[in-house]
Write a protein that binds this ligand. Structure first.
Ligand SMILES: Nc1nc2c(ncn2[C@@H]2O[C@H](COP(=O)(O)OP(=O)(O)OP(=O)(O)O)[C@@H](O)[C@H]2O)c(=O)[nH]1
Ligand SMILES: [Mg+2]
Length: 396
């Protein structure tokens, strides 16, 4: 199975707690504070990895947690930073937040984003010593990491994509021109999942061509298999529109597919097309293909069976793909530089300290159950003294 979607729950690591510690040395009975800082929690990071083909590495609703920061220690020892959780996804993976908003597009191999940042480590008591407070008996606790749900959607990155009705010979053509060996058979919907092939050009140039399941009338509304895969055409700069030329009404079949591209949207009906009339071995003199459309940049007659016209098809690909510009869909334009995604605002209006009797919360903390959850996460236990602003309570 080809997986082009995944939902994950991600959580950055909690920062390590700062340490409450005082120097103890021989002959120094009362040393100053030397509690070190906690380490930062690890981040959950996505990296576009060209070796990945799809999102099948993820389990449904998988939970991913980055490592916790280590606690600070005495003698100013700094806690270790938590380990990042690095997830490898195919190039072309888009990241959506819990509400389905597109937040990042890992369109290039090596692109990285932080989807859940780790919490900052708490500062040790050494930080809070000053002229008026020489023995701070408290230290900051580490902050929780960001957490949230994200959705991944893969949209294949290919220079060109084969489209057409089932059985037109798309996979046969891909096998002819590229290193891919997709299944070919004489029945519709042989191809069940997208296949990418690399085409070798004359001077070492390469380009990639995608073969997706055949489209039929109604595909854009979910009929047949094609609908789920139409998204994979979005990034192709050029479409190779394959038509079985041994049958009649090539123009009508071209219009059927073209209407589906238009109905799907996302700019597919504006994409440049090479019309490939295939199976000419079965009908050496097919009726002329006469469609006057500015998107049709070439009409070629080929036979995937005999190889006739295949060299010309390859030449046309290398000549036309570099110049075919993709008009990005309207909602895609602002994404290019959007590489850091924060599921939640990371500025908190309060701080939590550990004291030698319990906890102290300063600033403007939330009230009620939310505050309880924060203290519980900080490790509060029954009997701990909790200072919030001017109030001192006992934790139940
Ligand atoms: N005679 C002849 N047969 C061809 C040619 N190209 C493909 N075929 C045959 O047509 C049938 C369908 O070919 P495929 O390549 O599987 O077609 P497809 O468009 O990938 O089909 P789906 O994956 O089902 O959408 C197979 O039996 C092929 O052998 C050709 O140029 N000449
Ligand atoms: Mg096929």
């Amino acid at each position: 199975m080809f997986h082009d979607r995944a939902r994950l729950w991600v959580q950055g690591g909690r920062g390590g707690d700062g340490s409450i510690h005082f120097r103890r040395e021989k002959f120094v009975p009362k040393g100053g504070p030397d509690g070190g800082d906690g380490g930062d929690g690890g981040d959950v990071v996505l990296v576009a990895d060209p070796r990945r083909r799809d999102l099948s590495g993820f389990r449904p609703n998988q939970k991913v947690r980055a490592g916790r920061g280590g606690a600070g220690g005495g003698r100013l020892s700094h806690g270790a930073d938590g380990e990042d959780a690095v997830l490898h996804v195919p190039a072309g993976t888009q990241v959506l937040d819990g509400e389905g908003r597109l937040v990042a597009d890992l369109a290039h191999p090596g692109a990285r984003i932080v989807v859940a940042a780790g919490g900052r480590g708490g500062r040790g008591n050494k930080h809070f010593a000053g002229a008026t407070r020489q023995t701070p008996r408290f230290a900051e606790i580490g902050l929780p990491g960001e957490e949230g749900e994200i959705e991944l959607r893969l949209k294949l990155l290919a220079d060109a994509a084969l489209v057409g009705l089932p059985n037109a010979g798309k996979s046969s053509l891909l096998a002819r021109i590229s290193n891919a060996r997709p299944k070919v058979a004489d029945y519709p919907f042989t191809t069940l999942a997208p296949v990418l092939g690399t085409v070798e050009g004359p001077d070492g140039a390469q380009l990639t061509v995608a073969d997706v399941p055949g489209l039929i009338e109604g595909a854009s509304e979910g009929v047949g298999l094609g609908h789920a895969f139409l998204a994979h055409l979005e990034r192709a700069r050029l479409l190779l529109h394959v038509i079985d030329a041994s049958e009649d009404d090539a123009v009508e079949r071209w219009r059927t597919i073209d209407a589906e591209l238009a109905a799907y949207g996302a700019g597919l009906d504006a994409r440049a097309q090479i019309v490939v009339l295939n199976k000419t071995d079965l009908r050496p003199d097919p009726p002329p293909f006469e469609v006057d459309d500015p998107r049709i940049v070439r009409v070629l007659h080929v036979s995937a069976a005999t190889g006739a016209g295949i060299d010309e098809l390859k030449r046309a690909l290398f000549a036309l793909v570099p110049h075919a510009a993709v008009e990005p869909a309207a909602d895609d334009t602002e994404l290019v530089d959007y590489l850091v995604y924060r599921p939640q605002p990371s500025r908190r209006a309060y701080r939590v300290f550990r004291t030698d009797r319990g906890f102290r919360v300063t600033g403007r903390p939330p009230a009620g159950a939310e505050l309880e959850a924060i203290l519980e996460a900080a490790g509060a236990r029954a009997g701990d003294e909790v200072e919030v602003g001017e109030e001192t309570l006992e934790w139940q």
